[in-house]
Design a protein around this ligand. Structure first.
Ligand SMILES: *[C@@H]1O[C@H](CO)[C@@H](O)[C@H](O)[C@H]1NC(C)=O
Length: 291
């Protein structure tokens, strides 16, 4: 009796410490500030991070760990007011010439005009899979949740839990899928007024600088890769955490929401840009979701 209780307690202890390692929510612990010469700051004991941009420089950070599959969630409050010309990026990327990348980019705008959420997926160094959206709220007034679910079946971009884009594994029809190269999480705030707002027509108003984007509540339910090539999701790993997200597909409620977003807020879809793809659409467009 007593012995089994102790075993249960030990198991619970192991489970709770391993999930703490994977669900940690501390910028100090999980990220390195990589550039910006003091413009990026971790505040409030690691609970909050800010990036800033002025005429001299932007700033950025990256995760300490690499991940191979995961559900990566971040809360962001984007640059308020006249943010035209600024870009805040939040993305996953591997390294090397044939890298994989999953991108969220938030293109600023004049006060009162909507941000554009730009998304892209690179596989083996090739992107050209842009989809763009407006949002159904003002992303500068409060923190909102942006997440990337990346599992062997699909990549789902979500905003406040509402899926906006799905990139399915289409390896069976010859489209590479990011499933071999571990990725790190990156974020940066920089000036892109040569293209970002109305194709570069609207320039950054430096009298409004510094521009500031804020981050909190980072969460990675993810397979963490060690430098020796082992993954925390391997079945023999002591911290194996392969949760639901690893197999997750959209349920009918989420599919409805995806349709709602794409019918009402999508402003660009490469899979319908026939001027660009005169020779025919990329093969994965066959799998393009629903709308
Ligand atoms: C800025 O606002 C204009 C006007 O509403 C809109 O067409 C455009 O998509 C917005 N976003 C960017 C990045 O220009």
């Amino acid at each position: 009796m007593v012995k089994s209780k102790i075993v249960i307690m030990l198991v619970m202890l192991v489970l709770s410490t391993s999930s703490m390692a994977a669900f940690a929510n501390n910028f100090q612990q999980d990220f390195d500030i990589t550039w910006g010469d003091g413009r990026a700051k971790i505040l409030d004991n690691g609970n909050c991070l800010i990036l800033s941009l002025d005429k001299t420089s932007g700033s950025g950070f990256q995760s300490k760990h690499s991940y191979l599959f995961g559900e990566i969630t971040m809360q962001l409050k984007l640059v308020p007011g006249n943010s035209a010309g600024t870009v805040t990026a939040f993305y996953l990327s591997s390294s090397g010439a044939t890298w994989d990348e999953i991108d969220f980019e938030f293109l600023g705008n004049l006060s009162g005009d909507p941000y554009t959420v730009h998304t892209n997926v690179f596989t083996q160094g090739k992107g050209n899979r842009e989809e763009q959206f407006h949002l159904w709220f003002d992303p500068t007034k409060a923190f909102h949740t942006y997440s990337i679910l990346w599992n062997p079946r699909q990549i789902v971009f979500s905003v406040d839990g509402i899926p906006i884009r799905v990139f399915q594994n289409a390896e069976s029809i010859g489209v590479p899928f990011p499933n071999k190269q571990p990725m790190k999480i990156y974020s940066s705030l920089w000036n892109a007024d040569d293209w970002a707002t109305r194709g570069g027509l609207v320039k950054t108003d430096w009298t409004k600088s510094p521009f500031i984007a804020s981050y909190m509540n980072f969460n990675a339910q993810a397979c963490v890769c060690s430098s020796d090539g082992t993954s925390s999701c391997a079945s023999n790993s002591p911290t194996s955490l392969s949760g639901d997200w690893l197999k997750q597909e959209l349920d009918s409620n989420k599919k409805q929401k995806l349709i709602w977003v794409r019918q009402n807020y999508m402003i660009y879809d490469y899979c319908t840009d026939s001027k660009r793809f005169v020779q025919g659409f990329p093969p994965e467009c066959k799998y393009a979701p629903l709308v």
